[in-house]
Design a protein around this ligand. Structure first.
Ligand SMILES: Nc1nc2c(c(=O)[nH]1)N[C@H]1C(S)=C(S)[C@@H](COP(=O)(O)O)O[C@H]1N2
Ligand SMILES: [Mo]
Length: 301
């Protein structure tokens, strides 16, 4: 009951963040201790919960980057209905003992979504706070048993210009591709999201399944994934292929490393007027900074 699966929640049940919080308060009052026992909440998530308001549902679902549906922020909302999210499969393959093509229904059944409130910061210096529904990517990767050769994980979005007309334009090399080092992929903060605000993921946010890596710039959080491939080499990524000087493989949120065309020191939280400071690793440094011990983060940006 407390860790609810996204598909168990009717879309009429929650329509906006204030109602959402009322529901949370109710759950908290009736079963606070049980909730605390069931969901391990990391310290920086606690901080998010205390100080940072959720970005309204309407903003989360109407101000998006999803170039497969156009390069304007409101294009995905208008065009993403063209994407058919069923049937849908995700192939997990490469350097694994048990490669497998998962049906999305099996994933939803086997890995019930739990709620994670994470900041998402775009490299373009806007940010949101989103109650995602998802599960650790590590769970899925463990099921296919990575071999000792697996050092990186590549992610690939659907490639179908009929459903994704933005792919007819050459703004990016298609399909959209991203990658993580294996330890980043296995980190407990890294999730595959299947919902937000307690509902199924809207198409414009990357239905039916997308990555969320909260300490990295938004472009690492690839949407509408059809393939996950474990590799021994650093995999190519779309943004790095098109503009290597501007978008590195690591893409950790870093206020001290400017994008070549703008500073990364501040960010605009959607719905707020005044800009706020961007935190190292997007505020998750206490949990992830040790992944990069000894690395020159101005070189490996
Ligand atoms: N397939 C795909 N994934 C993508 C993108 C994209 O254009 N195509 N845009 C990225 C960028 S730049 C950001 S900031 C986030 C935005 O996620 P949101 O729309 O859920 O806020 O998605 C990322 N994932
Ligand atoms: Mo972004």
């Amino acid at each position: 009951m407390l860790i609810r699966r996204a598909q168990d929640i009717r879309s009429s049940e929650i329509t906006e963040e204030s109602l959402y919080w009322d529901r949370r308060k109710f759950i908290g009052a009736s079963a606070g201790a049980a909730l605390a026992a069931l969901i391990p909440v990391a310290p920086s998530l606690m901080r998010t919960r205390q100080d940072e308001k959720l970005t309204p549902y309407d903003s989360v679902t109407s101000y998006n980057n999803f170039y497969e549906f156009g390069v304007g922020k409101d294009d995905p909302k208008h065009n993403a209905h063209m994407l058919r999210t069923r049937p849908w499969t995700v192939a997990v393959e490469g350097a694994v003992h048990k490669p497998k093509v998962f049906d999305i229904e099996e994933i939803l059944r086997k890995y019930p979504a739990e709620e994670r409130i994470y900041r998402l910061r775009c490299v373009e210096a806007w940010s949101m706070v989103i109650p995602w529904m998802g599960f650790p990517l590590a769970s899925l990767l463990k099921e296919v048993e990575p071999t000792s050769k697996a050092k990186y994980v590549q992610f690939v979005t659907l490639h179908d210009p009929e459903q994704m007309p933005g792919q007819l334009r050459t703004v990016l090399p298609w399909p959209y591709m991203e990658g993580l080092r294996l330890d980043e992929a296995m980190h407990p903060l890294t999730i595959l999201a299947t919902g937000l605000y307690g509902k199924m993921l809207p198409n414009q946010n990357g239905a039916p399944i997308r990555l969320v890596v909260p300490w990295k710039y938004g472009f690492k959080s690839i949407k509408s994934i059809v393939r996950i491939r474990l590799t021994d080499q650093e995999p190519p990524t779309s943004w790095n292929q098109v503009l290597a000087r501007e978008y590195g493989f690591y893409a950790n949120v870093n206020p001290d490393v400017s994008h070549p065309r703008w500073s990364q020191k501040k960010e605009r939280r959607l719905g707020k007027i005044r800009k706020q400071d961007t935190l190292p690793f997007n505020g998750y440094a206490d949990q992830v900074a040790d992944l990069y011990a000894g690395m020159d983060l101005s070189r490996y940006y």
